[in-house]
Design a protein around this ligand. Structure first.
Ligand SMILES: Cc1cc2nc3c(=O)[nH]c(=O)nc-3n(C[C@H](O)[C@H](O)[C@H](O)COP(=O)(O)OP(=O)(O)OC[C@H]3O[C@@H](n4cnc5c(N)ncnc54)[C@H](O)[C@@H]3O)c2cc1C
Length: 497
């Protein structure tokens, strides 16, 4: 892994002189980070609060010969919303709810509305976002840019399946309204189009009706990949959510051991007081752990364990507790408590300082999943770099052009980056990519920082890339929309470079 840019900021004069651009105000020059803290960019950042402000940023880019990278909350792990030495158009201030109908559950929002705002706005009326990611701190514009999935992907598909329509402002100044009926090709390409076709400025989503603020959650342990896959296949017709955790340190017959959480919506008859369970206060995550420790300092207690020996122990303890005291237990959990496990510990990623971390997530067909994920973990063990966290999910195919969806499974692996393992980790992710490609796998730009153009081509296919490039020429003929990820993977096809 190499950093996208040096951590030391070039001066404005250096940037402008070297690139031959017209100068932009130094006051807008900021360091922008990836969520994994391993990639950084110096960018000229603008945060407009209106559609007119977005047009002005595009006009400024045109006048000064700059590229524009769209950015939501910056929760993508890699370089998807980084744009070195160019303009970063940050949409977080466009965060208004434009309309809400508690009868139909249809909400219309600006792109900077966060997932947290969204569920807090609707839950009291008995509606929950149809698909949520593992953190509530994403914007819905960023969510559509990646077409995020949740623990119910095998049932509900990605968030795009629940979008009714949206407005897209293109760099040429056009405002395109898109739905399954109007501009359907742009609808299916801009959702999951990693900010390459235009900027979502208005999004209309159908929320999911819920009768209770609680889910019924059943937890049990599994001994290996074969068993977890068997359990998922047996449960996916009746479960509303399924997620697995894997102890990546286990070897031999226990390779792939882990735990599963299966959740189901409660019916009104099962909840004595839905008015209470649906209140925002009763969904919020607790401020303390075990009623004692302020959550904001918990990451400091985890830091001493963030090494191979410590994480082996943590993973073993988690497996042991889920296989004994936690095995085959049913509990009630709030929607937010179940969905946003990773938000329980604020700034947990700081345990990976100073070098950061990366996530490698591959999506492979159900038939090849067991062999593929077993080979990936064996490759990690051979390389001596074991992921500290492994998350397992069931997916289905969808109709979006640049989709990461498969009728199968994904396995997300969190790797700590250290000064010593950097080169070896890069080689390992190449090997993991090849294993996934051989298994018919796909990848997800929100998590990616290691794919290369050849691998991206191999899983997307020539026709898909050609079609996306056609759409890019239609919406952004000058190739103004640009990110480090687009440059890394599609420089020739999309960016006129
Ligand atoms: C802890 C954690 C857990 C996660 N869990 C999941 C999960 O369970 N499932 C899942 O699918 N993902 C998951 N993610 C990934 C996350 O959902 C995506 O990266 C999401 O896109 C982040 O939204 P954002 O607002 O931070 O967007 P950013 O990361 O800032 O941007 C994402 C992409 O969208 C584009 N974009 C941003 N705003 C707009 C706009 N207005 N118009 C057009 N394009 C735009 C950007 O150019 C970029 O390509 C997780 C991330 C974290 C940090």
């Amino acid at each position: 892994m190499e950093d996208v840019s040096a951590v030391t900021a070039p001066t404005e004069a250096q940037i402008d002189k070297s690139a031959g651009f017209h100068p932009l105000p130094a006051a807008n020059l900021e360091r922008v980070d990836s969520f994994g803290m391993n990639l950084h960019a110096m960018s000229y950042v603008w945060r407009p609060s209106t559609v007119a402000g977005i047009h002005q940023v595009f006009a400024k880019a045109r006048a000064t010969g700059r590229k524009v990278g769209l950015r939501g909350a910056g929760r993508s792990y890699g370089d998807a919303s980084l744009n070195c030495e160019q303009i970063c158009l940050d949409l977080t201030r466009m965060n208004r709810v434009l309309s809400w109908d508690p009868q139909s559950g249809i909400i219309e929002i600006e792109p900077g509305v966060t997932l947290r705002q969204l569920w807090q706005y609707c839950v009291g009326d008995g509606w929950w976002p149809p698909v949520v990611s593992g953190t509530m701190f994403v914007t819905m514009g960023g969510a559509l840019g990646m077409n995020y999935h949740g623990k119910n992907n095998f049932q509900a598909g990605p968030i795009g399946n629940h979008v009714l329509d949206f407005d897209l402002v293109t760099p040429t100044g056009e405002l395109l309204t898109c739905s399954r009926e109007v501009n359907p090709d742009i609808f299916h390409a801009a959702i999951g189009g990693f900010g390459m076709l235009g900027c979502f400025t208005r999004i209309r989503i159908q929320m999911k009706h819920v009768e209770s603020g609680h889910l019924s959650v059943y937890a049990f342990s599994t001994r290996n990949f074969a068993e977890i896959i068997r359990e998922f296949e047996a449960r996916m017709d009746r479960a509303d959510y399924l997620v697995g955790w894997i102890d990546c340190f286990a070897t031999g017959a226990m390779l792939g051991r882990g735990a599963v959480h299966e959740a189901k919506y409660l019916h009104i008859a099962d909840d004595p007081n839905p008015q209470q369970s649906l209140r925002v206060e009763n969904q919020e995550l607790p401020d303390t752990i075990l009623g004692l420790l302020p959550k904001s300092i918990v990451w400091r207690f985890l830091k001493p364990f963030t090494n191979n020996a410590g994480m082996r122990l943590v993973n073993w303890a988690k497996y042991w507790s889920s296989a004994t005291i936690g095995n085959r237990k049913t509990v009630r959990q709030s929607h937010a408590g179940f969905a946003f496990l990773l938000d329980y510990v604020p700034n947990w990623k700081w345990v990976y300082k100073p070098h950061g971390f990366l996530q490698f997530q591959s999506f492979v067909p159900a038939e090849t999943a067991e062999k593929c994920f077993t080979s990936q973990i064996e490759a990690c063990h051979r390389a001596g770099i074991v992921p500290y966290l492994g998350v397992f999910k069931r997916h289905k195919k969808d109709s979006f052009l640049m989709t990461h969806g498969v009728n199968g499974y994904s396995f997300a692996l969190d790797f700590a980056i250290t000064a010593r393992n950097r080169q070896r980790l890069h080689a390992l992710t190449r090997e993991l990519t090849d294993i996934a490609l051989r298994a018919g796998g796909r990848f997800y730009f929100a998590k990616d920082s290691t794919l290369d153009p050849v691998s991206a081509r191999a899983y997307l296919g020539e026709d898909t890339i050609r079609e996306f490039a056609r759409m890019k020429r239609r919406c952004d003929p000058d190739g103004m929309l640009h990110t480090e990820l687009a440059k890394r993977l599609f420089a020739e096809d999309l960016l006129n470079t």
